[in-house]
Design a protein around this ligand. Structure first.
Ligand code: AHR
Length: 308
C-alpha cells in the first residue's frame, strides 16, 4: 500500500493511504456506467487510491485482475462478480494473502463463505417480486391470459437468477399469468432488441407483456416493438428494472410502463465498508440498498430528482 509521508521537524510519521483494487464487470448498461462513476468519485472523495479494472464482461479477466491486485498487495479488493460461480480458488488466494474482499452489485456462490467480507447491493428477488406485483395490480381488471415474454440478464448472474425467481414466485399465485418465452439479452440494449425481434417474429399477436431484467434491454426491445408496427407501453406493457434516466425518458414518452429501482450509487457505502474491512472491524454480511418502484404516472415528476 502507498504511504503518504508527512514531515514535521523532529518527528517522523506516515499516514497510510488506503489502496483498493476494483474489478468491475464491464460497461454493459447505463446502470453499470453509473456504478463505476459512483465508486471512482467516492474513492476520490475519501482520499483512497483506486486501481480500476474493466473486465469487458469476461470472468477470466476479472480473475486475472484479482490476481494482479493480490500481487500488488492492495489493502482491499472490491469485486462485482459477473456470474455467481467459479470464484472459489481466487477468493481463497485473496484470503491467504489476508486481503479482504468486498462484493458489490452481484453476489457469489462459494464453498467457503469466509473468503468474502460483505456484499453491498440490492435484494434482487424482491425486485422481481415488485415487478410482478405491479403487473398483477395493473392488470387486475383485465380478463383472460396475460402472456409474458422475459428478457433475462447475463446467464449465471445473481440479478438474472433472482429477478426471475422473485417474479415467478408472485405470478404463480394467479394462473392467468404465463411466461411464454424467456431468453437472455445479456443486460445490453443491442441483445435486448435482437431477442425481442425473435420473440415478435414467433408470437407478435400473443405477447401482452415484456418483463426485462434491466432497463437497457427494455429500451432495446421498445425499438423492436416499434419496428414491428406495435405500440410499446400500450399494445405490449413494458416492465424494466434499474430506474435509469433512459427508462424515465421512455416512460415520459409513453413507451414504458414501470421501472423497479436498483441503485448503482454504491460508492460511499463501499468506501466506508472498505475502511472498516482494512481496519479489521466487523461488517454485516449484507449492506442492503433501499429502493422503490417508479410507474409511468410519476415519471415526469420524478425525472428531475434522478441521479443516474
Ligand atoms: O448487477 C446489477 C445489474 O447489472 C443491473 O441491474 C444491470 O443493469 C447491470 O448490468
Amino acid at each position: 500500500a502507498a504511504t503518504l509521508a508527512l514531515s514535521t521537524p523532529g518527528v517522523s510519521f506516515a499516514a497510510k493511504k488506503l489502496v483498493i483494487g476494483f474489478a468491475q464487470t464491464g460497461a454493459e448498461s447505463e446502470w453499470r456506467t453509473a456504478n463505476t462513476e459512483s465508486i471512482k468519485q467516492a474513492a476520490k472523495d475519501a482520499g483512497v487510491e483506486l486501481k480500476f479494472s474493466d473486465a469487458q464482461q469476461k470472468q477470466e479477466n476479472q480473475i486475472k485482475a484479482l490476481r494482479s491486485f493480490i500481487a500488488q498487495k492492495v489493502d482491499v479488493i472490491i469485486l462485482a462478480p459477473l456470474v455467481t460461480t467459479g470464484w472459489d480458488t481466487v477468493l481463497m488466494e485473496a484470503k491467504r494473502a489476508k486481503i479482504p474482499v468486498i462484493l458489490e452489485s452481484r453476489n457469489v456462490e462459494v464453498k467457503d463463505t469466509s473468503t468474502w467480507t460483505t456484499f453491498v447491493g440490492s435484494d434482487f428477488v424482491e425486485e422481481g417480486r415488485r415487478a410482478a406485483r405491479w403487473l398483477l395490480d395493473h392488470t387486475k381488471s383485465t380478463q383472460g391470459d396475460v402472456n409474458i415474454v422475459e428478457l433475462q440478464g447475463t446467464v449465471g448472474s445473481d440479478p438474472a437468477n433472482d429477478r426471475k425467481k422473485g417474479f415467478e414466485e408472485v405470478i404463480k399465485t394467479n394462473p392467468r399469468y404465463k411466461i411464454i418465452r424467456s431468453q437472455t439479452g445479456d443486460f445490453t440494449r443491442a441483445k435486448g432488441k435482437e431477442v425481442m425481434e425473435a420473440f415478435l417474429k414467433a408470437d407478435a399477436k400473443k405477447i401482452n407483456v415484456l418483463y426485462a431484467h434491466n432497463d437497457d434491454m427494455a429500451i432495446g426491445a421498445i425499438q423492436a416493438i416499434e419496428e414491428a408496427g406495435l405500440k410499446p407501453g400500450k399494445d405490449i406493457l413494458v416492465i424494466g428494472v434499474d430506474a435509469v434516466k433512459g427508462a424515465f425518458e421512455a416512460m415520459i414518452a409513453g413507451k414504458m410502463n414501470v421501472s423497479v429501482e436498483c441503485s448503482p450509487l454504491l460508492g460511499p457505502q463501499l468506501m466506508e465498508a472498505a475502511k472498516k474491512a482494512a481496519a479489521g472491524e466487523p461488517l454485516p454480511r449484507w449492506i442492503k440498498t433501499i429502493e422503490g418502484v417508479f410507474p409511468a404516472e410519476v415519471a415526469a415528476k420524478e425525472f428531475p430528482n434522478r441521479k443516474y
